[in-house]
Design a protein around this ligand. Structure first.
Ligand code: TXA
Ligand code: MG
Length: 346
């Protein structure tokens, strides 16, 4: 299968959007841009189409998919018992990086929900994708567009690295602005529970619902037999090929520890920030962004993890990042990528 790359230009806008929407309508796979990461999309109401997503990703069947809609008016078509607070959140944060778990109607097939009675609904902040979904006239099921276990993709080029020849098309809308996946909030109980930190911070949600709680599985590694509420959170994730470790402690000690590791034989990858870049003199040093701008750090994270794969480093050390705001999502992804291995050098 040849994977077609769609770029939306002013002159050809209608033709391109219609052709992309047709892929969804016909039951094909189309990678779509969102503000968080690229998604691997298919018609959420079509079992066969949804099966192709699992096959292309190599994703375990029990891991349900999120559905993407263009605006909150579609909620009541696919969900029921929607609490008024869900509409308050939609008004405040949609389109944007918030996914709400709601009770779903029976029109959403088993294949999409993984057999759950709930479904995660997301309204991405990307005008091209919103228009494609409107034209397709169906909600689009889309997990992050990466092979299962790999870091997510924040550009059409990296989507092609994982899926060229396996999907019908990818809509290229440039690099993703946010760079980490959406925040997942379970709205089926009160107070709502944060199941996955992401592009929208807990602090922002608490401005609307101060009682919002955090699921235990977010802050620490799950104990044996414990089940996370978002099924996908139990899998090894985001992992670069080389071993990754996170180094914590006073910054001077972190820098000198990482520099010592770079002296060892083999190729060492280093994740640092603009503030510390000049202190590293060896290794494959990548600057993720500035500590003064947490969005810069989030938006480069997955691209950097993928670059280390290409560079074929033997091991990776990363500085640690503060955890308020979107930094919480960055640390969550880094910890998962590191299999929760941290070194404390204080
Ligand atoms: O930003 C995003 O959310 C991206 C873009 C493409 O929209 N999508 C994304 O999808 O990250 P995915 O499938 O990679 O992650 C969705 C997570 C998985 O951990 C899944 O287990 C969980 O959401 N999930 C899906 N449906 C759920 C449900 N009904 N209840 C609880 N967790 C659910
Ligand atoms: Mg994913």
């Amino acid at each position: 299968m040849h994977t077609k790359v769609y770029r939306v230009t002013e002159e050809e806008k209608n033709r391109v959007l219609n052709e992309a929407a047709q892929i969804i309508r016909r039951g094909g796979l189309l990678a779509i841009p969102t503000e968080t990461v690229y998604g691997l999309g298919a018609n959420a109401l079509d079992k066969e189409a949804v099966r192709k997503i699992f096959e292309a990703k190599g994703r375990p069947q029990d891991n349900p998919l999120l559905i993407h809609i263009p605006d909150a008016s579609w909620l009541e078509i696919y969900c029921e018992k929607i609490p008024p607070l869900a509409y308050r959140l939609a008004e405040a944060f949609w389109p944007g990086p918030l996914t709400m778990i709601l009770k779903c109607k029976s029109c959403i097939p088993y294949e999409t929900t993984g057999g759950l009675e709930t479904v995660g609904v997301r309204c991405p902040d990307n005008a091209v994708t919103a228009e494609i979904i409107r034209l397709a006239g169906v909600p689009v099921a889309a997990p992050s567009a990466n092979r299962s276990g790999h870091p997510s993709c924040t550009s059409a080029e990296t989507v092609l690295d994982d899926f060229a020849g396996r999907i019908e098309g990818v809509v290229d809308d440039g690099p993703c602005r946010v760079g980490v996946e959406s925040t997942i909030l379970d709205m089926t109980e009160y107070p709502p529970k944060l199941l996955r930190p992401g592009g929208l911070s807990l602090e922002d949600i608490r401005r609307i619902i101060p009682e919002t709680e955090m699921d235990a599985g977010i802050c620490r590694q799950l104990r044996e037999g414990e089940q996370p509420k978002a099924p996908g959170m139990k899998y090894r994730h985001y992992a670069p090929k080389a071993d990754l470790q996170i180094v914590e402690g006073p910054m001077e000690q972190v820098i000198s520890y990482i520099n010592e590791q770079c002296a060892a034989p083999g190729k060492t990858g280093v994740i640092c920030t603009e503030e510390t870049r000049e202190h590293y003199h060896a290794g494959d040093v990548k600057c993720i962004g500035s500590r003064r701008d947490e969005l810069s750090i989030a938006s480069h994270l997955f691209a950097i993890l993928r670059e280390f794969d290409e560079d074929q480093v033997d091991r990776i050390y990363s500085e640690s990042f503060d955890t308020p705001g979107i930094g919480q999502a960055v640390m969550n992804r880094l910890l998962k990528a590191a299999g929760h291995r941290k070194i404390d050098v204080s």
